[in-house]
Design a protein around this ligand. Sequence first.
Ligand SMILES: Cc1ncc(COP(=O)(O)OP(=O)(O)O)c(N)n1
Ligand SMILES: Cc1ncsc1CCOP(=O)(O)O
Ligand SMILES: [Mg+2]
Length: 206
Amino acid sequence: MGRVVSGGIRVPRLTCLVSDRDDLTLLTAMADVGVDGFQVRAKKLSGRLLTALAERVVAAVRPAGATVVVNDRLDVALAAGADGVHLGASDLAVAAARRIAPGLVIGSTCRSRADVVAAARDGADYAGIGPVFATASKDGLPDPLGPDAIAPAVGVLPLVAIGGIDAGRVGEVLAAGAHGVAVIGGIWRHPDPVAAAEEIVSQIGG
Ligand SMILES: Cc1ncc(COP(=O)(O)OP(=O)(O)O)c(N)n1
Ligand SMILES: Cc1ncsc1CCOP(=O)(O)O
Ligand SMILES: [Mg+2]
């Protein structure tokens, strides 16, 4: 499902964000139905516990070929043997992460085409663009960008849309030019998270 974008790096089409509060026993089933990316995002865990969580996620989904990225922490991504790291505005700078880890997948949070251009210049592999829609999963974000913000940012890096995305909204963000989507509530707050993930996979198609 993921496609090679450069240097052999596959940027996932569907990234499921995973925290320590989620049912980790479902991860292998999600990977088996086609979730090709997982992001370990547990903001309150110590480095040690976050590493243990990331190792568990890697063990659960790597056999199916899914990519695992750690949110915020390059050191944890390296320690856990993850494929990459997702960096936001208050994390290590993309350029510094790229110097330290030439072979890792690096994602960068972006809110505009200018952000995406800067992320590409600094060595990012993909841009996480959002929040596209309103989200209940994170406080303190700027107003939703709306799906119309995607098209102007296309053509620099693969865009992974995030924020309020579920199976019913995947179509419009992909039509706007997003390469993929990243999801919390649309999977984990669904009564059947594996079925919800499979439905998003089917909306993305091959
Ligand atoms: C794919 C993707 N895009 C954006 C984000 C947001 O990352 P960040 O700005 O670092 O905020 P937190 O997730 O750390 O709260 C993301 N995690 N993934
Ligand atoms: C971490 C983050 N950054 C922008 S939106 C978001 C949360 C996405 O969660 P959901 O898929 O439940 O809207
Ligand atoms: Mg972050």
